[in-house]
Design a protein around this ligand. Structure first.
Ligand code: C5P
Length: 239
């Protein structure tokens, strides 16, 4: 099933964030991504405020620590009632299982639905050279990503963050019953910023993305609402 087009609110302050949000109609069912910058600046209060406004939240904090510490952290995230959150798959199967347990227990304590746990496989900043020479992986990038995605699924993750260009082959090897959430989305012919491997919303739909993450093409646009609706329509109307 096609999931949301998630707006990545990569801005430094709460004021900047609400400048964008307030442009949208109050009843618009938005899903927004909050990252480390905003969360470290504003804390859980920003999450409460956005949830109170009826928004769905992807809290992208990419946890990576020993299993017990990640479980405790995820317990707190679980209590917040967000819809998506992230861990690094490189933390290993025990850490991912602990993350899921923490999320489920925290959500239960607050009486909310547990967030979807998404695993980051290899960061897009990791080159094949870094993989080989610094991470000392015996696998090439594609096989490494597939291997980490399979392990994450087996360990209780609900999906992965991946480039839209990798979804087809990942789906074949990891399965349809897993979320493939894809950043790197640009309209055909639009500026790529620092993203090198991009796809348009309709291409991402064709490749099988479960949900899109879009930042600059919306938040840096002169008309964020229009930019969002344009991309949303393309995403929703694509097969
Ligand atoms: O502005 P842009 O659309 O490129 O923003 C994409 C968002 O997705 C940013 O928050 C970025 O950090 C995040 N992301 C990414 N590539 C990944 C993982 C996350 O672009 N592999």
């Amino acid at each position: 099933m096609k999931g949301p087009l998630i707006i990545s609110l990569d801005v430094p302050s709460k004021e900047d964030l609400f400048d964008i949000i307030n442009e949208f109609p109050k009843d618009e069912k938005l899903t927004v991504k909050i990252g480390m910058e905003m969360f470290y600046a504003e804390g859980p209060q920003i999450v409460h405020e956005l949830l109170q406004r009826g928004l769905q939240i992807f809290l992208d904090l990419k946890l990576f620590d020993i299993p017990n510490t990640v479980k405790s952290g995820m317990h707190q995230i679980g209590k917040l009632g967000v819809q998506y959150t992230t861990v690094h798959a490189l933390g290993g199967s025990k850490m991912i299982t602990a993350a899921k347990q923490g999320l489920v227990e925290g959500a239960k304590e607050s009486g909310v639905k547990p967030a979807n746990l998404l695993a980051v496989t290899e960061l897009t900043s990791i080159t094949p050279e870094i993989l080989k020479n610094e991470q000392n992986s015996r696998l090439n990038m594609v096989n490494q990503v597939v291997s980490l995605a399979k392990m994450a699924k087996f360990s209780g993750a609900d999906g992965v963050i991946t480039s839209p260009l990798e979804v087809k082959s990942l789906k074949k090897q990891v399965g349809d019953d897993f979320l493939y959430v894809t950043p790197g989305i640009r309209e055909k012919g639009a500026a790529k910023d620092d993203q090198s491997r991009t796809a348009s919303p309709s291409q991402a739909a064709e490749y099988g993305s479960s949900a899109l993450v879009v930042g600059r093409p919306i938040i840096k646009s002169n008309d964020p609402v229009r930019a969002y609706h344009g991309m949303l329509e393309e995403w929703n109307n694509a097969n």
